[in-house]
Ligand binder design. Structure first.
Ligand code: APR
Length: 280
């Protein structure tokens, strides 16, 4: 299909119609956008869920407001709260979820145009999604460096510090700056890769949005970059980001693992999905 062919619309706003769209070969460039909701089943709390969200449970750190824990200005004065949190969030003892594995299946089948994630847990990589198809829009714990002189900091030393919630400092004595993982804090620029790859969204012929409140920009504007007539499927506990407002929006509200299992059933991929997940 050439790019200017108007995208086919769905038979109706159901997962079965989405599955038909994919099986028909009309959806070969699928863009996926994810947030913390796809990692809650892995045991990593999300941010804004009322009871279980991180922001509801940071009271013990008596922050001016919850987001301060990811604020560069606050971090410079008080790095301790972030390192208390880092101990809970640091990658290594979490396992990808069925939703991560479903995205891996899309890439295995050559259907994944790009994955944009807001998550910093590196579970997309752990699920086997190829690095060049992942945009970690808010960075990740994969690397760390001094915030003053930018000197990279070794992972083993970082792990040691995180384990005991100790604040690591720059290896260069003359600098002594604070070390921070390459997570995008508020008041920090997003990776340039985000802006480059964002151009791809209007080439997509299907968009899947999973587990995000779509409250943080510019990530939250991604779904609005999808071309008219291209179906957008939301797998989320609740309706967010104006999804459902366009004729081809499909709302699969509820647990995202349950939703992707339903889509996998309709696609005839369920056994493969479960086998991939068990094999991880
Ligand atoms: N299934 C489906 N939806 C879920 C599940 C689940 N198992 N668990 C949580 N959710 C939903 C919540 O209802 C909520 O709508 O996922 C969404 C998570 O929203 P947030 O907690 O706001 O997380 P996220 O959207 O990723 O936050 C974006 O905010 O603080 C910043 O940088 C941080 O990347 C983060 C950004």
């Amino acid at each position: 299909i050439s790019d200017d062919t108007p995208p086919e619309t769905l038979r109706d706003r159901s997962l079965a119609a989405v599955a038909e769209h994919i099986k028909s070969g009309k959806a070969r460039r699928i863009v996926v956008m994810t947030g913390a909701g796809i990692s809650t089943a892995a045991g990593i709390p999300d941010f804004r869920s009322p009871e279980t969200g991180l922001y509801a449970n940071l009271a013990k750190l008596n922050l001016p407001q919850p987001e301060a824990v990811f604020d560069l200005v606050f971090f410079r004065q008080n790095p301790e709260p972030f390192y208390v949190l880092a101990k809970d969030l640091y990658p290594g003892n979490f396992h990808p979820t069925v939703s991560h594995v479903f995205i891996r299946l899309l890439s295995k089948k050559g259907l994944l145009l790009q994955l944009f994630t807001q998550n910093i847990d590196c579970l997309e990589r752990a699920a086997g999604i190829p690095d060049d198809l992942i945009v970690e829009a808010h960075g990740s714990f994969a690397h760390q460096r001094c915030i003053e002189c930018k000197t990279p900091y070794p992972e083993d030393l970082m792990r040691e510090h995180v384990q005991v919630a100790k604040v690591p400092r720059c290896l260069d004595e003359a600098c002594g700056g604070l070390v921070k993982p390459d997570i995008v804090f508020f008041h920090e620029a997003m990776p340039s890769l985000f802006y480059h790859r964002r151009e791809l969204v209007d080439r997509a012929d299907l968009a899947l949005i999973l587990g995000t409140s779509l409250q943080v920009h510019p990530f939250a504007s991604l779904p609005s970059l999808v071309r008219d007539g291209v179906p957008r499927v939301l797998f989320n506990m609740e309706r967010v980001g104006g999804l459902g407002s366009q004729a081809d929006d499909v709302l699969e509200l509820g647990d995202c693992d349950t939703g992707v299992r339903k889509l996998a059933d309709a696609l005839g991929w369920r056994d493969e999905l479960e086998a991939e997940w068990r094999a991880l």
